[in-house]
Design a protein around this ligand. Structure first.
Ligand SMILES: [Zn+2]
Length: 472
């Protein structure tokens, strides 16, 4: 039996050494006589980082104690034992951790303990066990044997103090901060840096006495600080609006003409200025990212149309009547020729004869109305009027003028003539004194002025020299 047990212990010791490199479960009996070590495998918890994402998690469920921080110094209690001094450091005897009653059972039955150890040892990897066993087996074998003896001694009386260690991980949430970018539109954003949660490792030491929780101690250690999440967001407005006001002709004005008898023909005057009906419209332009996306009419007003009124003159222009006599032809003063007088007034000659060239224009001496206009041959030779040939008589205010011996006339009875207006052309019709013969012999203008004498009620010839500008 001892040998069996010894072998078990040795095997267990190897396993313990291997396991010490990671973590070790310790169940310590506070009784002076007995130390009980429990060893289980926690290879499944070898990489706590793998469970980080799930937040706070009890990685090692229970029964776990860090080697670096033993719950108490069991070496101090060693002197009461008969164990070799190196026993606590290098040798462990293992019992199932979950059953305190086993401890009591162990007192009387060591064989069972040995069986359990074997089961646990198998859990670890085989290669490691082999490596360690060769180095330490000789020294430790004896120690293990002694442990059995001690177990028997004190287990019934002393309370069992058990420290259970659990480790929790708490996450530290990260903050999100925003960075404004004026070159980006305000509906744009991107994550410049992802946030990282921080982690706090919380180690809880729970002390049980005889299976009853006695005290709890927590130790917190920040493992990672959180890192802010950085989001870049634009501040340039993605949607902008602009009001624009435009003026458009809604209706053109019309022009109305009104006759005006106080204005001469050919003259016009604007009475009322025309105005078009103008629509003033204000539009709201909406731009999305600089592109015009809508145009909305938000206000509109239309001014009243005003038609233009134009006055049109209908009044006949006043005729300026020159009441003075002019030469009956175009003299040198008016761009013509000064003719000689071939016969004066008097001595049975009631006119002044001018030696004009045949066919020169003859003009009215004063404005008036044509009261006689005949061609040569209209009167027979026994009529005194035959002697005038082709002639024209113009009625003036109080006077009449006669133009005789014309080759042709350009006016007729009833015509109104202006002073200086051409009424015919010079010639030699009627009775002229011909000295040289030929068609132009005796060509001259026989010009009479007859004045009205109201007391006599007749027109009587006067000397034209008294009235014509050449002599006045
Ligand atoms: Zn004459």
């Amino acid at each position: 039996m001892n040998k069996n047990n010894k072998n078990n212990i040795a095997k267990n010791k190897d396993g313990a050494k291997r396991f010490r490199e990671t973590e070790k479960r310790v169940v310590a009996a506070a009784a002076a006589a007995s130390f009980v070590f429990t060893l289980t495998s926690c290879s499944g918890s070898a990489h706590p980082m793998n469970t980080l994402s799930s937040g706070t998690e009890d990685v090692i469920t229970s029964w776990t104690q860090s080697i670096q921080e033993p719950p108490f110094d069991f070496t101090e209690k060693a002197p009461e034992q008969t164990l070799p001094s190196e026993l606590p450091d290098d040798s462990n005897e293992v019992v199932p951790p979950e059953d305190e009653s086993d401890t009591d059972t162990d007192t009387g039955e060591n064989t069972d303990m040995g069986n359990d150890i074997d089961s646990d040892s198998d859990t670890g990897s085989d290669s490691d066990i082999d490596t360690g066993s060769d180095n330490n087996s000789d020294t430790d074998t004896d120690t293990g044997t002694d442990t059995d003896t001690d177990t028997d001694t004190g287990s019934d009386v002393a309370p069992v103090v058990e420290v259970r260690t659990s480790i929790l991980f708490e996450t530290i949430p990260f903050q999100t901060i925003y960075v404004n970018d004026p070159d980006m539109y305000d509906d744009e954003s991107f994550v410049r840096k992802e946030g990282v949660e921080g982690r706090v490792k919380v180690t809880i030491y729970s002390t049980y006495i005889d299976g009853v929780l006695d005290s709890t101690k927590k130790q917190r250690e920040t493992q990672y600080f959180s890192q802010n999440r950085v989001i870049v967001r634009g501040t340039k407005p993605s949607v902008t609006t602009e009001e624009k006001t435009v003026e458009e002709i809604a209706e053109k004005y019309s022009t109305i003409y009104e006759e005006c008898d106080t204005m001469e023909i050919g003259t016009t005057k604007i009475k009322t200025e025309g105005k078009n009906a103008v629509a003033t419209r204000t539009y709201l332009y909406t731009y999305t990212r600089g592109e015009l996306t809508s145009r909305e009419l938000i206000s509109e007003s239309i001014s009243e149309r005003v038609d233009e009124v134009v006055l049109v003159g209908t009044k006949e222009p006043e005729k300026v009547t020159d009441t003075t006599f002019g030469m009956p032809f175009i003299d040198a003063a008016h761009g013509g020729v000064d003719y000689s007088v071939t016969q004066d007034f008097g001595s049975g000659h009631s006119a002044i004869d001018f030696g004009v060239y045949y066919g020169d224009p003859i003009v009215a001496s004063m404005s008036g109305t044509v009261i006689a206009a005949y061609d040569e041959g209209y009167f027979s030779k026994d009529n005194i009027l035959w002697t005038y040939g082709t002639y024209v008589v113009i009625q003036h205010d109080g006077y009449r003028t006669y133009y005789a011996h014309l080759s042709s006339r350009t006016v007729s009875i009833g015509d109104t003539v202006e002073k200086g207006q051409v009424i015919g052309y010079s010639g030699n019709t009627g009775r002229v004194n011909s000295s040289s013969g030929g068609p132009y012999a005796g060509t001259h203008l026989h010009f009479e002025i007859r004045k009205y004498y109201p007391s006599l009620g007749v027109y009587h010839t006067v000397d034209p020299a008294l009235y014509l500008p050449w002599w006045n």
